[in-house]
Write a protein that binds this ligand. Structure first.
Ligand SMILES: Cc1cc2nc3c(=O)[nH]c(=O)nc-3n(C[C@H](O)[C@H](O)[C@H](O)COP(=O)(O)OP(=O)(O)OC[C@H]3O[C@@H](n4cnc5c(N)ncnc54)[C@H](O)[C@@H]3O)c2cc1C
Length: 491
């Protein structure tokens, strides 16, 4: 349990008085207390593994109100837990202990402040849902690229605070790379604003970068400016069966080289993952007839008009480029089989299959999920060694991954005939993390640390980095009120 900044002063003083003053700031309808109706949305995280009721939930409507709320909480010693869409997977958006502190929900701050066509940027408040941002950009003929399974609920502030990734980081980068400015309220209640839209601003430490990925421990993000991209005019989407996982980087690079870096998604979906999806969603159509032990879902896109033109053979230029790459790879027996979506519906079906994996694994039974990343060249070594070892221990590995970024979601479930509770989970985790360290991997690729990875953070993060992180936390949040018990492990 993280305790570095939980000083005795953290005890909330005069809670009833604090509530009355919060109501004065945001209005009594936007301060909620206790009651079962708060438990599911605000007292339990998406995984159901972390739950603790906050003392109250406050829903400010603008940055000024957020600043006033923070100042009040500070003066009454009340811990603050910022939340957005509450889809985080690490227990970061719920209090650590029952009745602790104030949840500050950004859901009412859901305005699209502006869209600049010429600069191709969009300024969004923290409570904008990702799908709304995507739709808004699309209506202006542009792309807001952040895409993942929870996009219908996850919000801008949450995505920034976890530095979310998703399925098309291989093309557009993580949330950090998409964001060029932030507005946030710091733990002392002051407002920091870098919503200038400038792409170049080398004027010292970048607070934007500090707040991205800070999981609400250094302040509350209230708005941000993002880069938008040109709308693809054509896409080629498909599913491949590779001879071996070690060849996955070669296939990725061949597709990139042929299409001028057009790969937007390159997702590892081995046969075991497709099986579990088909069990949970029986209407799912398997992309290939024979099970693909090393299945790979991919999408290539281009915003060049020429690439969208159809030739005499009925193929777009982009499709021809993809087919040419695949023909070479098949000749070399690196790619064994391929399915290419022939309609928008087939493309949507492939995407839905990819995005239903987490729900499918959850439905399948108890599982331990790892969100790890590795250098691309080391992915196959990790998967082969782990699969062999954990299978011997009685687990059934269920892996998918944003392979283009070396990001694996490696889940351990019980192999048929084994009881989950009797399996040596600690031994399997130890094996995974020591192998990861040997291969220069990371124990958290895109979901963050929250409460769930504090132990591994303490054990595996470089000491020099932990010391610097604690110093930054102490300097900006000396009372330790911002999202205590998350991200930074005890000394
Ligand atoms: C089905 C499913 C699929 C997913 N797929 C992916 C994926 O592919 N890639 C990926 O990266 N993630 C994925 N996630 C995880 C999750 O959706 C992301 O972490 C998302 O960015 C969280 O956004 P949110 O608005 O729900 O944040 P919340 O869960 O509300 O909060 C997450 C963290 O951010 C903090 N926070 C929230 N808002 C603010 C704010 N305004 N200021 C400061 N701190 C704040 C919270 O305190 C908490 O620590 C998935 C989740 C689900 C359920």
């Amino acid at each position: 349990m993280w305790d570095a900044y939980v000083a005795p002063g953290l005890t909330m003083r005069s809670p009833e008085e604090l509530l009355a003053r919060l109501e004065e700031v945001v209005g009594s309808s936007y301060v909620m207390m206790g009651g079962a109706e708060l438990a599911t949305p605000y007292g339990t995280d998406w995984t159901g593994q972390y739950s603790a009721m906050p003392f109250a939930v406050v829903r400010p409507k603008n940055t000024l109100e957020v600043a006033e709320v923070i100042k009040l909480c500070r003066s009454y010693g009340a811990p603050i837990v910022p939340v957005g869409g509450r889809t985080g997977l690490c227990g970061g958006g719920v209090p650590v202990s029952e009745g602790e502190g104030i949840v500050v929900s950004l859901e009412r701050m859901s305005a699209v402040r502006s869209l600049d066509q010429s600069a191709r940027t969009i300024t969004l408040e923290a409570g904008v849902v990702l799908q709304t941002a995507q739709e808004h950009a699309l209506s202006a003929g542009l792309v807001f690229p952040l895409t993942f399974g929870a996009q219908g609920s996850a919000m801008i502030g949450g995505a920034l605070s976890t530095n979310a990734g998703g399925s098309n980081v291989v093309k557009y980068g993580t949330t950090r790379e998409l964001c060029i400015g932030i507005e946030a309220v710091l733990p002392d209640g002051s407002v920091f604003n870098s919503l200038t839209g400038l792409r170049k601003d080398n004027t010292g430490y970048d607070l934007r970068d500090l707040l991205i990925g800070a999981e609400g421990t250094l302040g509350i993000i209230t708005a941000a400016v993002f880069k938008l991209s040109a709308l693809p005019l054509t896409r080629t989407t498909g599913f491949l069966s590779l001879a071996a996982l070690k060849d996955a980087p070669r296939v990725l690079n061949a597709l990139q080289d042929r299409t001028g870096g057009g790969v937007e998604a390159y997702e590892y979906m081995p046969a075991a993952a497709v099986d579990v999806i088909c069990r949970a969603f029986p209407e799912t159509r398997r992309p290939l007839e024979a099970p693909a032990e090393t299945g790979m879902f991919f999408e290539v896109a281009s915003s060049r008009k020429d690439d969208a033109d159809t030739g005499e053979d009925g193929e777009t230029r982009l499709q021809s480029m993809v087919f040419a790459a695949l023909e070479d790879l098949m000749e070399e027996e690196i790619v064994l089989d391929a399915m290419i979506a022939q309609s928008e519906q087939q493309r949507i079906d492939l995407w839905s299959m990819r995005e239903s994996i987490l729900e499918s694994i959850t439905e399948n039974g108890p599982a331990y999920h790892m969100d790890i990343s590795l250098p691309l060249a080391a992915v196959a070594e990790f998967v082969e060694a782990m699969d062999a070892d954990v299978s011997e221990m009685g687990f059934h590995p269920l892996t998918v991954g944003h392979l283009g970024d070396g990001n694996l979601h490696y889940a351990l479930s019980a192999a048929p005939g084994n009881e989950w509770a009797e399996l040596p989970l600690d031994r399997a985790k130890e094996k995974a993390f020591s192998l990861l360290m040997q291969l220069n991997g990371s124990f958290s690729a895109e979901h963050g640390i929250g409460q769930s990875k504090l132990g591994v953070m303490r054990d595996l993060k470089q000491d020099s980095q932990l010391v610097a992180m604690r110093s930054i936390k102490r300097a900006l949040d000396p009372d330790g009120l911002m999202n205590p018990g998350k991200l930074i492990p005890a000394e």
